[in-house]
Design a protein around this ligand. Structure first.
Ligand SMILES: [Zn+2]
Length: 53
């Protein structure tokens, strides 16, 4: 199981701990924008799926 990469809200440092080792601020999970509804690969997959029907 992989560790989640967190990012400090205060200094934007990446860390694996919930408390930033650099400034002691709160670290939160950074969300990748990979699964946006209009990503080109998702559109491509939907086009293939409709052709297969
Ligand atoms: Zn910090």
């Amino acid at each position: 199981m992989r560790s989640k990469i967190l990012r400090c809200e205060s200094c934007a440092r990446y860390t694996l701990k919930e408390i930033c080792p650099s400034c002691g601020g709160r670290a939160i999970a950074s969300k990748p924008a990979r699964f946006s509804p209009d990503d080109p690969y998702g559109r491509y997959r939907r086009a293939l799926a409709s052709e297969a029907e």
